[in-house]
Design a protein around this ligand. Structure first.
Ligand code: PRP
Ligand code: HPA
Length: 182
């Protein structure tokens, strides 16, 4: 159980790096690119829980063509794993074999999470696997691949908001914030 005063001071002292308006512009652009590429493909959109929840909803509202939705939960942070070892707590239920799949997540940080999820879909029979993230964190500790669609680049700090959590909180915020001093 967290202390509400501490959490409120984290939020009040944080730097807002990306505003709601900037997020909306970036999502509009991503949705246009995705529509160009996938509107005639009957894709399966996969939300990577938990961080992908807000981004997936925001993108879905902007994708006005036939698509299906499913979700996975595969997580690397907050546990004793390293590299690309993921802890899968939910596999997709929809039939994705031979289909175009779009994986949606909040952040491309080191990229191990997305890389491992894409590999899993490819190895298990998806035809083409695309990926979309709202932000890409700028540093040189990354895997080799990059998402097909990315909204904005962001500096190398500890972020929260718009899917990303600070100790489990603040995924709900309509902006992206960096913890003061981190
Ligand atoms: O690019 P990477 O360095 O692999 O990090 C990005 C991943 O980390 C976060 O998920 P997390 O595992 O914390 O789970 P969550 O979505 O439930 O917060 C985020 O939502 C991405 O999935
Ligand atoms: O900066 C971050 N904040 C929250 N969750 C994350 N997962 C990867 N990077 C981050």
């Amino acid at each position: 159980m967290h202390n509400i005063d501490e959490l409120n001071s984290i939020m009040n002292e944080a730097d807002c790096l990306i505003s709601e308006a900037e997020l909306n512009d970036a999502l509009d652009k991503m949705a246009k690119q995705i529509t160009n590429d996938l509107a005639d493909k009957l894709p399966l959109v996969i939300c990577v829980m938990n961080g992908g929840l807000l981004p997936t909803g925001a993108l879905m509202q902007r994708l006005q063509f036939p698509l299906e939705l499913d979700y996975v939960h595969a997580s690397r942070y907050g546990m004793e794993t390293t590299g690309s070892t993921l802890n899968w707590t939910r596999y997709p239920q929809a039939d994705f074999k031979g289909r175009d799949v779009l994986i949606v997540d909040d952040i491309f940080d080191q990229g191990h999470t997305l890389e491992a999820i894409i590999k899993w879909f490819e190895e298990n029979g998806a035809q083409n696997v695309y990926s979309a993230t709202v932000v890409n964190k700028l540093h040189n500790r990354k895997v080799d691949m990059r998402p097909d669609y990315n909204g904005l680049d962001v500096e190398d700090r500890f972020l929260f908001g718009y899917g990303m959590d600070y100790q489990g909180y603040f995924r709900n915020l309509q902006g992206i914030y960096a913890v003061k001093g981190k």
